[in-house]
Design a protein around this ligand. Structure first.
Ligand code: 2P0
Length: 323
């Protein structure tokens, strides 16, 4: 069995919409930070004697929609590699306190890496990034560590990620505030498509991302955490405006999401710089310079409880962790 470890990522410039739903070609570029604290280990073995793929996640055999997504992905790997055996897949999510932050990004980045290797292929990172993309868009970026850009491209060959800065030495850090860990009502896949087809703001979003990609790469070059955080915060709010402006409109925010936003704004008004971002769920992630960590923990801990705060550093790219 070949086992790979991939870390999840938080988008600072978000991916929210596909141009090609089959190949998962996005409407826009995006840029993320890979995170040290949240990762998935996935083992894959193609063996004789199986009559179907066997998939186990966190100790449970899975069936239904989640299993179908994995089987479709394994079909793709079989098609590319020419292998004709079924696979045994064993996957474990490492997320502190079973926080509900497990993500398809780390899952499909680990699966792409383990399955392609188990099928006898030796793919380079760019090819792994393309392959991971076919499982889930955000997985495209989780092949690499640090700050990572996904070029939207126009076809399978041109849509892949690459690192912007892999080893980060300028103190950027993130706290995840665990607000609600129950399963979301609107999946990202459905939600983003609804935004593409029904939000009148979608054309403006494409322009926002084109602008933010240039600005954030400049901020990264300057190692300017305030500028990175500011761009990420505005980009997140504008992504969430696409959910509110869809038909039917919806939101991933809860009351506690707003409370967290207000808490970050309050910290900033006190001269402690930190910035928020949210994905397709209510949890809020706070980006800041690690020199401000204690003050931020103190303040957010008073509101949410320190046990609800998880600190994460920038994380590494995908690795095979056995032979
Ligand atoms: C992102 N998100 O850039 C954005 C921001 C959530 C909000 O990518 O349909 O699970 O599998 O390609 O990657 C979540 O969507 O969606 C996501 P699919 P995915 O990280």
């Amino acid at each position: 069995m070949i086992t790979a470890r991939a870390h999840t990522n938080i988008a600072l410039v978000k991916y929210w919409g596909k141009k090609d739903q089959q190949l998962i070609i996005p409407q826009t570029d995006s840029l993320s930070l890979t995170l040290s604290e949240f990762y998935t280990d996935t083992g894959v073995e193609f063996t004789d004697g199986l009559t179907t793929d066997q998939i186990q996640i966190d100790g449970q055999s899975i069936t239904g929609h989640a299993a179908d997504k994995v089987k479709n992905f394994l079909n793709l790997v079989r098609q590319i590699s020419g292998i004709n055996r079924y696979a045994k897949v064993v996957s474990t999510n490492h997320v502190p306190m079973s926080a509900g932050l497990a993500s398809s990004a780390s899952a499909f980045a680990a699966l792409a890496t383990a399955a392609s290797k188990a099928a006898g292929m030796n793919l380079d990172r760019r090819s792994l990034s393309r392959l991971a993309r076919r499982g889930s868009g955000s997985a495209t970026r989780s092949i690499y560590g640090g700050l990572v850009e996904w070029h939207r491209g126009t076809d399978n060959a041109s849509s892949f990620a690459e690192p912007v800065m892999e080893n980060l030495d300028f103190g950027i850090e993130m706290i995840a505030i665990l607000i609600n860990t129950s399963k979301k009502k609107v999946s990202s896949r459905h939600g983003m498509q609804s935004s593409v087809t029904s939000s009148p703001y979608y054309p403006a979003w494409r322009k926002v991302v084109a602008h933010d990609m240039i600005a954030i790469k400049e901020a990264i070059k300057n190692k300017d955490i305030d500028q990175i955080g500011h761009i990420a915060e505005e980009n997140a709010l504008r992504m969430h405006a696409l959910t509110l402006s869809a038909d039917p409109g919806y939101t991933y925010f809860t009351g506690d999401t707003i409370r967290a936003i207000q808490a970050v704004n309050h910290l900033r008004s006190q001269g402690i710089s930190c910035y928020y971002t949210m994905d397709a769920g209510p949890n809020v992630k706070v980006i800041y310079d690690r020199k401000n960590r204690e003050k931020i923990i103190q303040s957010l801990g008073e509101i949410f409880g320190k046990e609800k705060l998880i600190i994460s550093q920038p994380g590494p790219g995908v690795k095979i962790i056995n032979k």
